[in-house]
Design a protein around this ligand. Structure first.
Ligand code: MOS
Length: 698
């Protein structure tokens, strides 16, 4: 069954956040705030505290829990000799406390259970872990790179079209530079946290996750439970950015602890410091960009060779070079990914994996090409627009990059720009402006289902296991359901974030609203076909998405243009970003208020990556030493100037029946490049390594 495009009535309006009142009044219970007072089957919760390794590689010889157990309030200490056994241990990240192997510093090696958080924390401090270290490889220089079979999201590691070397040899102008991005860490407001309760048959989790069904389906086979024996709920989640997209070791640890103390719920909050080893991160990347062009800037060759690291225990490869495959027209193109395995924490998703570091490199290289050719950087991008998707040969569904660039240029005041760098001094500040393009695929995840049930008197219950991680999903899905059923949003009772509801995929890949919303639309349309406009109370339809969108026929992507103004202090090198503007083509915007927050949040995270975020790895032990928000800097209010996001007025029925595409990630893409390009324009100094710090300008 395909879907009929939905007429927008509520969509496009700023319906207030459905969970705003609970959140601002403090009544929203996050994962470890779930209470059991009204559950007669559950005893008082215990608090779990993780103990982690301090060596990068080796063995746990012995866990001495004597002093910890002597501490008042401490009940149990679990280690690899005493934790419940898992049915499957093939995932080395998730096989917590199953063997004595230390795979990275910061790995869970014991877990303390106590009556209070204070006792659990003190107990964890008193556990002595005797470790036998072995030689470890923890820096990129230590290891040999290999070509992975695939990179994140299943992309081919390498592509080769035309003849890159011949194209570069013939090109009148060549840019050949290497760019780098550092280790970056997701820093959501709510650290990872889970409450687990095992009653002897069923395991219940209240988890801070982006995917309740994903957690259940991953944990069930590991725990040897039927998936129906695990119920996962995530009513409120304080952000994730990808770090909560897949279950990580702490969730397994909490489940094992709950099984060990059957009957008593267990609350586990990962500390901010522990997040730097246990909940994924963006690896450092280097990108060699080779752009060959005609004198007027028309590209003839694009080469992007990306290099990153992974952990030896579990492979994750940032898909850094994938955007270079579809961004601009060029007859000759080669992209490669190589990866070095290290004895370090397991990397994973961070907002726009691949596109963020890859487009940083590509869009700074484009700025360098514009300078080399003497072509305006907006005009350079316009000249390199492809007719069809260079990667697949398919037509683009809705490629409006040029309009984003032109509208942004007009609004930003680009026309008056003097292209010469280092020529505008205002007081003690060098001032410059820069631009970069943004892109993100319009992903769609199959297998979502939604249930529509008539409640009588024109009201409807709509249910799907989607998770609102603070994005506004509850709100926009209410709008989608209202329009799909042709009723007012006040007539919709939406239930989400529970595995007892129809299956939903992850709040990730900027595909949540697209994928879940399509399931709601298809279910609503099937409901109307089955039950008509005046259904009896109790009439119900559940449908699973199918037949949408047509990925074989169309190249489905979103685009944007980011403009930045940067000021660099001529004596101290201090950088300020007084203005950021992003103009996006993202299909229909379902809710302007929540969408603006998403896009501005992406811009601020891009600013944060441009100026601050920098995970420093200790090259003896392989852990990140900047493991809190005092030393791992993220943008604060004082860093954020005038950040504006706007979008083209459009709808894209090829992407979804709502006419929308995803908006969660595109705001971070290209932003750091626009800032670096503006810093060059301000000072004449070209920085190719993030973050951009004051010392580069002295
Ligand atoms: Mo986002 S990195 O797709 O959760």
């Amino acid at each position: 069954m395909t879907a009929t495009p939905v007429t927008a009535r509520s969509m496009g309006t700023s319906l207030a956040r459905q969970d705003g009142r609970e959140k601002v009044t403090g009544r929203a219970a996050y994962a470890v705030e779930h209470g059991f007072d009204d559950d007669p089957t559950a005893a008082d919760p215990l608090v779990a505290w993780l103990v982690t390794s301090t060596t990068a590689r080796g063995r746990v010889e012995r866990v001495d829990a004597h002093d910890a157990l002597a501490h008042a309030g401490v009940l149990r200490v679990l280690d690899h000799t005493s934790a419940p056994r898992l049915a499957r241990t093939d995932d080395a990240e998730l096989a917590v406390l199953q063997d004595d192997v230390i795979r990275f510093r910061g790995q869970i090696v014991a877990l303390v259970l106590a009556e209070t958080a204070e006792a659990a924390r003190e107990g964890a401090r008193l556990v002595r872990v005797h470790q036998a270290p072995e030689a470890a490889q923890v820096t990129m220089a230590d290891g040999e790179a290999y070509a992975p079979e695939a990179v994140n999201a299943g992309h081919e590691p390498d592509t080769d079209d035309g003849d890159l070397d011949a194209g570069l040899a013939r090109a009148a102008v060549v840019v050949d530079e290497t760019y780098s991005t550092p280790h970056e860490f997701n820093s959501p407001m709510e650290p990872h946290a889970v409450t687990a309760h095992y009653d002897g048959e069923r395991l219940s989790l209240w988890d801070s996750t982006q995917a309740v069904h994903g957690v259940a389906s991953t944990l069930a086979p590991m725990l040897g439970l039927d998936v129906s024996a695990i119920r996962v709920r995530a009513p409120y989640v304080g952000g994730g950015f990808g770090s909560k997209g897949l279950p990580h070791a702490p969730e397994v640890a909490a489940a094992l602890a709950a099984i060990a103390v059957e009957g008593r719920p267990v609350q586990l909050a990962v500390t901010r410091q522990q997040m730097f080893a246990l909940t994924g991160y963006r690896t450092q990347t280097t990108s060699r960009l080779r752009l060959g062009a005609e004198p007027d800037g028309t590209l003839v060759a694009v080469g992007h060779d990306a290099r990153s690291q992974t952990s030896r225990s579990k492979e994750f490869v940032e898909q850094t070079a994938t955007a270079a495959r579809m961004m601009y027209a060029a007859p000759h193109r080669r992209t490669t990914h190589r990866v070095v395995p290290l004895d370090v924490a397991v990397p994973a998703w961070m907002r726009a994996p691949g596109e963020m570091p890859g487009m940083f490199a590509h869009e700074v290289a484009m700025d360098e090409l514009a300078v080399a050719c003497g072509v305006d950087p907006v005009e350079l991008r316009v000249r390199n627009e492809p007719d069809v998707d260079p990667e697949t040969g398919n037509p683009f569904n809705n490629r409006r990059l040029v309009e984003c660039l032109e509208r942004g240029a007009a609004r930003f005041g680009w026309a008056d720009r003097d292209p010469a760098p280092g020529t505008r001094l205002v007081g003690d500040w060098w001032v410059g402006t820069g631009v970069a393009a943004s892109t993100y695929p319009a992903l769609f995840m199959p297998g979502n289902a939604a249930r529509v049930r008539a409640l009588g008197e024109g009201r409807y219950a709509v249910a799907i296991g989607a998770v609102d991680i603070g994005t506004g999903a509850r709100t926009v899905l209410t709008q989608v359901a209202a329009d799909a059923l042709g009723v007012d949003p006040a007539a919709i009772e939406l239930a989400v974030a529970d595995t007892d509801l129809p299956a939903a995929t992850v709040a990730g890949g900027s595909a949540g609203t697209s994928s879940w919303g399509t399931a709601i639309v298809q279910s609503a349309q099937r409901f109307r076909a089955d039950h008509g406009r005046s259904p009896d109370a109790g009439a119900e339809t559940t449908a699973t998405t199918e037949g949408y969108p047509d990925m074989e026929r169309w190249a489905l992507h979103s685009f944007g243009a980011c403009f930045a103004e940067v000021r660099v202090h001529r004596h101290t090198g201090e950088l300020r970003v007084p203005r950021l503007l992003g103009v996006y083509s993202v299909g229909r915007v379902i809710n302007p208020t929540t969408a603006r927050s998403q896009l501005q949040g992406g811009l601020v995270m891009g600013l944060s990556g441009a100026l601050h975020e920098d995970g420093h790895r200790d090259h003896r032990h392989g852990h990140v030493v900047t493991q809190d928000l005092a030393t791992y800097h993220v943008a604060s209010h004082a860093d954020v100037g005038d950040v504006e996001a706007e979008w083209l007025d459009e709808e894209d029925p090829l992407a979804t029946p709502m006419g929308s595409r995803g908006i969660g990630e595109i705001g971070i893409v290209g932003t750091a490049a626009a800032i670096v390009n503006a810093a060059w324009h301000a000072t004449g100094r070209r920085v190719r390594d993030l973050p951009l710090t004051a010392d580069a300008f002295l």
